[in-house]
Design a protein around this ligand. Structure first.
Ligand SMILES: Cc1cc2nc3c(=O)[nH]c(=O)nc-3n(C[C@H](O)[C@H](O)[C@H](O)COP(=O)(O)O)c2cc1C
Length: 323
């Protein structure tokens, strides 16, 4: 009932962690049995260690948060011996380990893909929201050509599934999704954070040290759902939906929009045991519906056939259900 598939990657259930919001999972092990989630996605790992952006880096917003962590991490030399074995231990035999990689050039993406393939991961997630230093710090996520080249270069050196993580900060996300698919992506992760900003009017300065930051949490869920819906209707590649998920109802919404799996991010800061509870709640909701995950994927698309008869879900139902 819960099993799903991202290309060749089989998952026991569709619930994964979102990159950067759960570390490598080690601190989360005290809160729940992480072998019950579909898989863990690492924080973005870069070739060299990165100190990240100046503080403050995090700000709570009315329905989510702004962050400007700046891909702080200790680099691949640390991650491979120290963090990767822990992730494998946490997910056990059936969960998947997906490593999110960030390169500042095509060569760096290739190096990371080669090293993590050799180190043994179940899949790679390519963080396209990284600046290409060789091409004037243009983001891989905003140029279809650069996106396609980065994905194709990673695909050429690995035999594990490659997921391209898309940014919502573009005019037409379908165009970038098509480019990632043309580069050979086995799946697409949608979406990364939306660029935002907060200003302290007393000091007349931006609140975050870097000025701008990425907006995440429930505020972005309708944007993410819309993008998953548009992408899955246009591109024949499995999509992992991410953005503002807090409840099983939110997961089901993403599945109906077309996602084959989901990632949980910001909500884990408030509840580090959330992922496992979502798996349990999802199982109960699906049993009530008499449907499997696979049957619901893309079921809200007009071409999927008539809607299930019954009461429409009340607006804001997921927020009510959480109480
Ligand atoms: C504090 C924080 C750090 C993040 N770090 C990364 C990262 O290292 N790599 C990445 O691809 N996405 C990163 N993200 C984006 C999330 O993986 C996710 O795409 C986004 O937050 C939307 O999901 P959410 O609303 O459930 O948090 C980060 C998000 C947050 C809030």
């Amino acid at each position: 009932m819960l099993a799903t598939r991202l290309g060749t990657l089989q998952l026991t259930n569709p619930v994964l962690s979102a990159s950067g919001t759960f570390g490598s999972g080690w601190e989360g092990r005290e809160f729940s049995d992480l072998s019950r989630v579909g898989g863990l996605v690492s924080k973005t790992v870069t070739v060299k260690p990165r100190p990240g952006n100046p503080p403050p880096r995090i700000l709570e917003t009315p329905a989510g948060m702004l962050n400007s962590i700046g891909l702080e991490n200790k680099g691949a030399d640390y991650f491979i011996p120290e963090s990767l074995p822990k992730m494998k231990q946490l997910v056990g035999e059936h969960g998947r380990v997906i490593v999110n990689i960030g390169g500042e050039s095509i060569d760096e993406f290739v190096e990371l893909a080669e090293r993590f393939t050799a180190a043994g991961v179940d899949a790679l997630e390519v963080n396209l929201s990284c600046p290409n230093v060789q091409e004037g710090r243009l983001l891989f996520s905003t140029s279809p050509q650069m996106c396609e080249r980065a994905v194709a270069a990673v695909k050429a050196v690995t035999d594990v599934p490659v997921f391209a993580k898309l940014s919502p900060n573009v005019t037409d996300v379908v165009e970038i999704a098509r480019a990632a698919a043309a580069g050979g992506a086995d799946g697409l992760t949608a979406i990364n954070t939306l660029i935002g900003m907060a200003i302290d009017w007393r000091r007349q300065r931006p609140v975050l040290g870097r000025g701008i930051g990425g907006l995440s949490g429930p505020a972005i869920r309708p944007v993410a759902v819309r993008m998953v819906y548009e992408i899955t209707r246009a591109v024949d590649v499995p999509v992992i939906g991410v953005g503002g998920i807090q409840s099983a109802s939110d997961v089901l919404e993403f599945l109906c929009a077309g996602a084959a799996a989901v990632q949980v991010g910001t909500a884990q800061f408030a509840d580090p045991a959330l992922m496992v509870r979502l798996v349990e709640d999802l199982e109960r909701e699906l049993a009530g519906l008499g449907r499997s995950v696979g049957e619901l994927i893309g079921s809200a698309h007009p071409e999927a056939g008539p809607a299930t008869p019954g009461q429409p879900a009340a607006a804001g139902a997921s927020a009510q259900e959480r109480r």
